[in-house]
Design a binder for this molecule. Structure first.
Ligand code: HEM
Length: 334
């Protein structure tokens, strides 16, 4: 097992992802273990932000804005499956929204922990608290998306929905940038034989291009992958594996590395699970291009080819994951 022997990895989480997203009982129990050794948090009651609010009228349906929320699901056709198609995307987008907020909190806490005098890292409890939540939400996304695998009526509404495509998910791009995707690998993915981009991409760039450029600039050195590299730099050892082994003797670093591993596992799971879903559904409707205009099989493999791994040396366990890393191989994967 080499230098990682001090760390007792979650074996199941190193297993090759098979797209089912299912956890066994033992693994579930492990995943429920508190990961961070946090100081007790004192939760003091806060007043409503708006002092004039009549909280006696704050009923469940009002507080969670249920009527407005449910009114957001508006199928274009009479298909009895289109509502599910929209609902699954909306569930994922609501999860993405929460993940972005929690990932921003994680990064702020990481910046402080990695600026601390203490080596290899200061207190990581805050970062682990928020990152664990992000991982659990990613699990929700990855458990929700496959509901569409068995959807039988895509052909009823696909031709009616225009250029809409997950390719245009600005929240997903934001998440990717926060996690450390430094180059917009998706750009030009919809180019046709004449070199023209599809309206799905042109319109996305017109509407969100400036924001995306802003995120890329803001997070160039403020993202998970960057802080993972900073953590490695602060550990002793000549090679990545030696440094990781040293970090796994430190509880705060261990908690963080386990969560980063799980985060990347979920991100990889998303890309591969989604590719399998698209292959299945597009085969059912006999399409060779996505509604967003990509030759989807080649395009959807881009992330794997051009970006993975985010955290070199840590996993996930697959042949290419740590290619080029001195001392290569995944310490968690053995
Ligand atoms: C029937 C279900 C689905 C099909 C057939 C499908 C198909 C596709 C295809 C073909 C693409 C490539 C772009 C294009 O040409 O349109 C794509 C991209 C994408 N889809 Fe889906 N999708 C489905 C469900 C979902 C769901 C539920 C989500 C959750 C938000 C999602 C999120 C994404 C994202 C984020 C991308 C961009 C991925 C990347 O750039 O690597 N998709 N989808």
């Amino acid at each position: 097992m080499g230098e990682g022997a001090t760390f007792d990895p979650h074996k199941s989480q190193n297993a090759r992802l098979d797209g089912t997203g299912r956890f066994g009982d033992k693994e579930m129990a492990l995943s429920m273990e508190p990961l961070a050794m946090a100081e007790p948090y004192r939760a003091e009651p806060l007043p409503p932000r708006d002092g004039s609010l009549d909280v006696s009228a704050n009923h469940y349906w009002h507080y969670h804005r249920l009527e407005a929320l449910l009114a957001c699901k508006q199928p274009i056709t009479a298909s009895q499956d289109e509502d599910l198609f929209i609902a699954v995307h909306q569930i994922c987008e609501v999860a993405f929204h929460q993940m972005i907020g929690d990932l921003e909190r994680t990064l702020a806490a990481l910046a402080i922990a990695l600026d601390a005098q203490e080596r290899p890292v200061g207190d990581t409890a805050e970062a682990c608290y928020f990152l664990e939540r992000v991982v659990r939400l990613y699990e929700v996304v990855n458990a929700t998306m496959p509901i569409l695998v068995s959807m039988r009526a895509f052909g009823e509404f696909r031709s009616a929905i225009g250029p809409t495509s997950g390719f245009q998910s600005f929240q997903f791009r934001h998440l990717e940038i926060l996690s450390g995707v430094a180059a917009p690998y998706w750009r030009g993915g919809t180019r046709d034989a004449r070199g023209e981009v599809h309206p799905a991409e042109a319109e996305f760039d017109r509407r969100y291009g400036t924001q995306v450029a802003g995120w890329l600039a803001k997070h160039r050195e403020h993202n998970l992958a960057h802080y993972y590299r900073r953590l490695l730099e602060r550990a002793t050892g000549a090679e990545v594996q030696t440094r990781l082994a040293a970090l796994f003797t430190h509880p705060g670093a261990t908690c963080l590395l386990r969560l980063l591993f799980r985060y990347e596992q979920q991100q990889t799971h998303f890309h591969r699970g989604h590719l399998a879903l698209a292959v299945r559904q597009l085969a059912m409707v006999g399409a060779s291009a996505g509604t967003g205009g990509t030759a989807f099989q080649a395009y959807l493999a881009r992330y794997q080819r051009e970006v993975e791994p985010l955290f070199a040396g840590l996993g996930p366990e697959d042949e290419g994951a740590s290619a080029g890393v001195p001392g290569g191989g995944s310490i968690l994967g053995r």
